[in-house]
Design a protein around this ligand. Structure first.
Ligand code: COA
Length: 164
């Protein structure tokens, strides 16, 4: 195997069961997965990057093959700094495809040595999105089936008052 590690970048605001499932499946392919929490300049966030890192670290605390980090700047610069050439992303729907294609092409044009690998999100997670989770929680709805219990607790704490 030429590549032993993959970087899984994302906003993870908050991490979902879909993200966790993707990491666990990627560990069947790569020895090591580096979850890289990014500051997405186009999205308003509920959790700070540090809080997202802490949540993911707690979720994967028993798995020494998962590292959780935070990076600023371009993903490919961070990947180069870490000596990793595989970028891992999940695909849910057609909408994701357009967006992901654009990102993969852009990353390839800036850093030709980088390969983006896509895993299809498992069916039961394909409707999940961090934005929807926040919206459901904001209005006091159930998010148990979409996130890890630690994340559910953290989201509830952040969004204290269910809105009418
Ligand atoms: N199952 C269920 N849902 C999933 C999922 C899965 N396997 N994988 C992703 N999602 C959802 C997330 O919940 C999220 O939902 P939202 O859009 O409602 O928030 C959405 O899909 C995508 O989120 P995420 O995986 O966290 O990624 P992102 O699109 O926010 O991340 C970066 C984009 C961070 C990778 C990208 O902006 C980046 O690389 N930034 C660094 C700067 C840079 O290099 N820019 C140039 C890029 S070409």
């Amino acid at each position: 195997m030429r590549h032993t590690s993959a970087i899984y970048p994302g906003s993870f605001d908050p991490p979902t069961l879909g993200h966790i499932n993707l990491v666990n499946r990627a560990l069947g392919i790569f020895k090591r997965v580096v979850i890289a929490v990014a500051t997405n300049t186009t999205k308003a966030s509920l959790f700070t990057p540090e809080e997202r890192v802490e949540l993911l670290q707690s979720i994967f605390k028993d798995n020494p093959n998962v590292e959780v980090t935070h990076f600023h700047g371009l993903l490919v610069d961070y990947a180069r700094k870490r000596g990793v050439e595989v970028l891992l992303r999940g695909l849910r729907t057609n909408n994701d495809y357009e967006y992901e294609l654009q990102m993969a092409f852009s990353n390839k044009s800036i850093a030709p040595e980088m390969e983006t690998i896509f895993l299809m999100t498992e069916n039961q997670y394909s409707h999940i999105s961090s934005t929807l989770i926040k919206e459901i929680a904001y209005f006091g709805g159930p998010i148990k089936k979409m996130v890890h219990p630690l994340v559910e607790k953290a989201v509830r704490k952040k969004i204290k008052k269910p809105k009418p």
